[in-house]
Design a protein around this ligand. Structure first.
Ligand code: ATP
Length: 419
């Protein structure tokens, strides 16, 4: 009878280099080389985007090993721990790797803990206590904060899922400009979208599959199935060597980070929400090109922001007016404003403009001066006591969903194309 060993790894990288997904890919290839069998797809689980110590996308990984004996387990664990220790950016202050091994069943407590780690803030003690309770082994390097994510990646109930194919560079190219053929990205997108998505942003001439950090990733293709991302990878052309690829099953683009709430007053920093309310102060553009408006309900109000990197989405937001009923999707960072990922315009308020009256001759009249009524420039008719007319203005926005472009999309945020 074969045993399954769940392996979770997190917090191995820093902003200067390395990547937990790459350490995972190396370790898995090495294990396969030594004859170990992996069961199913490895998993890339994105955790709370507002967790305080994240490097970039707050990702942790896990994979399942199918083992024959206790001796095998010992050998695999030794190899994994050695690799994590040697490859992690341990010299970096905020890199605190954690590795978790678990050979039990995934309990409801583990699943709940994982969802909490995606939606809220947890502590190293929370993770450690649960690991002890379920009988998981954990290994902490330095303060071992990584066990938080490592355990969450093991326990996460990956019901709605997408896939990401990651292609890695050879080490001598790290930090250099990535050489991806733009035309081949267009072709790949034409042939595989929407089975793959967020490949590029044609309006901005932006290749969204390419990271902009010195990490080992050359590109990442996101899609609905392993077949789709592999097909897309086959179409892409690059002018640099790909060292290896891996396809992760992931909770990216599932909206699983969003907490549904009934009242705006329930909102808190470092969490993400779906909330409903009325626009209170029409959007204003502030320094830096960010567009801000206020959303309110009976319980309170919150500033909502379409930040500069959301580009054309800001033009949509600028068309909102006081009284519009919206559902907003987004997260609250340290500034306390809701960083919009998408909006659902549920009801448009009627907006009126006051205009001078129309003359009997059909032309719009002009003001005759303060408190002097109106006069017609066409026929000379005067209206001593006329008042302005209220005219309903045609709105420049329709009911429906609007989202940020791929370049500004959060890993967890669900694109509208994924029903
Ligand atoms: P990358 O995406 O480049 O791999 P990262 O953004 O995933 O890097 P890490 O270096 O993994 O960042 O650091 C995130 C740290 O925060 C990890 O130690 C992880 O265990 C911890 N963490 C993750 N989610 C939470 C949470 N909800 N509450 C508290 N800590 C968390």
């Amino acid at each position: 009878m074969k045993n399954i060993l769940y392996v979770g790894i997190d917090d191995t990288d820093s902003s200067e280099g390395m990547c937990t997904t790459y350490i995972g890919a190396l370790v898995m290839d090495e294990l396969k080389h030594y004859g170990f069998q992996l069961k199913g797809h490895p998993r890339l689980i994105r955790l709370n985007p507002f967790a305080p110590f994240k490097t970039r996308g707050n990702g942790a990984i896990s994979f399942n090993l199918s083992l024959n004996s206790g001796k095998d387990a010992k050998k695999a664990k030794k190899l994994i721990l050695n690799r994590v220790e040697n490859l992690s950016e341990l010299q970096h202050k905020n890199t605190n790797p954690g590795v978790v091994f678990y050979d039990g069943i995934i309990t409801p407590e583990l699943e709940t803990y994982s969802m909490t780690t995606v939606q809220k803030i947890v502590t190293i003690e929370n993770a450690q206590k649960l690991a002890v309770q379920v009988g998981a082994q954990f290994h902490k390097f330095k303060n071992g904060r990584g066990i938080i994510g490592a355990l969450a990646a093991i326990g996460y109930p990956l019901e709605d899922r997408t896939y990401e194919l990651l292609a890695y560079r050879i080490p001598e190219n790290y930090g250099k400009k990535r050489k991806i053929n733009y035309k081949s990205v267009l072709e790949m997108n034409q042939k595989t979208y929407p089975q793959t998505f967020d490949n590029l942003d044609e309006d901005e001439d932006y290749i969204a599959i390419e990271p902009h950090t010195p990490c080992p990733i050359l590109y990442g293709i996101r899609g609905e199935t392993p077949e789709a991302v592999i097909k897309a990878h086959g179409i892409l052309k690059t002018c640099e060597t790909i060292e290896r690829i891996v396809v992760y099953a992931t909770n990216q683009h599932t909206d699983n980070h969003l907490l549904k709430i009934d009242h705006i007053s329930q909102m808190d920093k470092c969490k993400c929400y779906i909330a409903q309310g009325f626009v209170e102060n029409s959007p204003k553009t502030i320094e830096g090109g960010h567009v801000i408006f206020n959303l309110k309900d009976d319980s309170g109000s919150i500033d909502c922001a379409a930040y500069e990197p959301t580009k054309g989405f800001r033009d949509v937001v600028k068309n909102l007016k006081d009284g519009d009923l919206l559902k907003v999707y987004g997260g609250i960072g340290n500034k306390g404003s809701l960083n919009l990922e998408k909006i659902h315009v549920l009801k448009l308020a009627k907006v009126y403009e006051s205009r001078n009256p129309i003359c009997e001759c059909g032309k719009r009249m002009k003001s005759a001066g303060k408190n002097k009524g109106y006069k017609c420039m066409n026929c000379g008719f005067k209206l001593r006591y006329g008042t302005k007319n209220l005219i309903e203005v045609k709105r420049n926005i329709k009911k429906g969903f609007y989202e940020v472009p791929p370049a500004a999309r959060r890993h967890l945020s669900k694109p509208l194309i994924r029903k």
